[in-house]
Design a protein around this ligand. Structure first.
Ligand code: NAD
Length: 481
């Protein structure tokens, strides 16, 4: 069995206590199937206890000065960065991503804690011109209350801090439900919060192999005032509907179908590098990963050849090996989805440029794949593949590219490469997406508002806008002056 870092206590964390349970579930290493740990399999009852603990911790937490909360967040940030290597290794073990990417995610995840430690002190209200000479209008910004955070397995650390850091900064306690595939990183990060001095009940983590019972409590309990979810669109829709019963404020960071458009005036070498980062990072298991390449006719063949030459160099292997660019997929279901999309595209006339099948290493390793000559009737045009498959579509005009890019119910991230100044403005304005990267393959940063339009979600995370998601405005009318 792998040695796990000593900052990991493999138990749930409720009301400042590490809690065991009668039943447990196994967390496994996707690179080899080994069991890493057995952790408590909780249900509705323990979740209600966690909500009660959070509610109990709320009055004292919100009364702390912003500076006190900021100092605790800063201590948590330092603790995370002091344990960057241990956290990265743990993340690679349970999630599979290359160790260099895990180190990057620890730094990225920690950056939200650092940013909101600073932002905690800037949660300003306002005074407004009043509607009468004897009146004054004040607007207070107040913490919303108990926050529930449900997170996916593809970013086991950053999706937690992106929600919890602004919630805590605003004065809200949190109950976290990490993904069943990757709860260990979440528990280690909660342990570091405890060691950094965050008070009991302010951070709680409930773990479970079957999320529905926990989700039911977190979406229907009236003590939970904000439900913040990151995951797939079908699950998000269901949980959003469950939130309606208590008119809970909800944030939804959901699926994407990102286009990556290459125009004929693009710097093709830069576009290829951007494509590699945007498509094959985390083995293609990122919500902002390119799902469709749209390439203009004049440069189509050159781009596909250059991309294929570069993709063939990507080293597949265990994420713990330095130099590996692509680890295993998270599970067999993920492999099957990629295989289905490939089979469908090839059956309908797609041209395989490289890859195309499970990797010779076995398990859930998959060959980085490119399919050219894809068309709108293929499943890859509409569905999120969430794996290392790059389908390349062809287009003629700018208008056609924008129309193809927008022909999806999703609207998270879009990428394009071009040089012409007017084209860049027109295309950027035409894209119905929450985030657009121009001549760039990676756009996530704590400094900018992350989020999607259409069925990619509601709300934003990161930047000052991320703090607003955890606050309510209170308008106070002062009269008789
Ligand atoms: P998922 O929807 O299957 O699961 C996400 C989380 O929801 C997990 O913790 C899971 O246990 C939980 N869950 C599932 N059913 C639930 C229920 N009934 N009640 C409560 N919780 C429940 O998604 P996933 O497979 O873990 O993640 C991949 C998806 O997440 C992709 O669609 C990806 O695009 C999306 N994603 C989006 C963003 C973003 O910021 N927009 C970021 C990362 C991932």
């Amino acid at each position: 069995m792998e040695t796990l870092p000593d900052i990991l206590i493999p138990k749930a964390f409720i009301a400042g206590e590490w809690r065991d349970a009668k039943t447990h579930f196994a967390v496994t290493n996707p690179a080899n199937g080994d069991v890493l740990a057995q952790i408590p399999d909780l249900g509705a009852e323990e979740t209600r206890e966690a909500v009660a603990a959070a509610e109990g911790a709320w009055p004292a937490w919100r009364k702390r000065t912003a500076k006190e909360r900021a100092n605790l967040l800063r201590a948590w940030f330092d603790a995370i960065m002091d344990h960057q290597e241990a956290l990265a290794r743990l993340m690679t073990l349970e999630q599979g991503k290359p160790i260099a990417e895990s180190r990057g995610e620890v730094a990225y995840g920690a950056s939200f804690v650092e940013f909101y430690a600073e932002e905690a002190k800037r949660m300003a209200g306002e005074t407004l011109p009043s509607h009468g000479a004897d009146k004054r209008i004040l607007v207070f910004r107040e913490p919303i209350g108990v926050v529930a955070a449900v997170t996916p397995w593809n970013f086991p650390l950053a999706m937690i801090t992106r929600k919890c850091a602004p919630a805590l900064a605003a004065g809200c306690p949190v109950v976290i439900k990490p993904a069943e595939a990757t709860p260990l990183t979440a528990l280690a990060v909660a342990r570091l919060a405890e060691l950094a001095g965050l008070p009991a009940g302010v951070i709680n983590v409930v773990t479970a192999s079957q999320p529905a019972a926990i989700g039911e409590v977190l979406t229907t309990d009236s003590r939970v005032r904000k439900f913040s979810f990151t995951g797939s669109t079908p699950v998000g829709k269901k949980l959003l509907a469950q939130c309606a019963g208590t008119v809970k404020k909800a944030s939804m960071e959901l699926g994407g179908n990102a286009p990556f458009i290459v125009f004929d005036d693009a710097d093709l070498d830069a576009a290829v590098e951007g494509a590699i980062a945007s498509k094959y990072r985390n083995s293609g298991q990122t919500c902002v990963c390119t799902n469709r390449f749209l390439v203009q006719s004049g440069v189509y063949d050159t781009f596909v050849e250059k991309l294929a030459a570069r993709v063939k160099q990507l080293k597949v292997g265990s994420g713990l090996e330095e130099g590996v660019a692509q680890g295993p997929l998270i599970n067999q279901a993920a492999v099957e989805k990629v295989e289905t999309h490939i089979a469908d595209a090839l059956e309908k006339g797609g041209r395989l440029m490289c890859g195309g099948k499970p990797h010779a290493m076995g398990g859930t390793f998959f060959e980085p794949t490119i399919i050219a000559d894809v068309s709108d009737d293929m499943r890859v045009a509409r569905e999120e593949t969430f794996g290392p498959l790059a389908p390349v579509f062809r287009f003629e005009t700018d208008e056609q590219a924008v129309a193809m890019a927008n022909a999806t119910e999703f609207g998270l991230a879009a990428y394009f490469y071009a040089r012409d100044y007017q084209r860049i403005w027109h295309v950027m304005e035409g894209l119905e997406y929450g985030m657009v990267a121009i001549n760039e393959g990676i756009l996530s940063t704590e400094l900018a508002p992350f989020g999607g339009v259409k069925e990619s979600g509601l709300g934003r995370e990161g930047s000052r806008h991320g703090l607003d998601e955890f606050t309510e405005l209170k308008y106070v009318c002062v009269g008789g002056l």
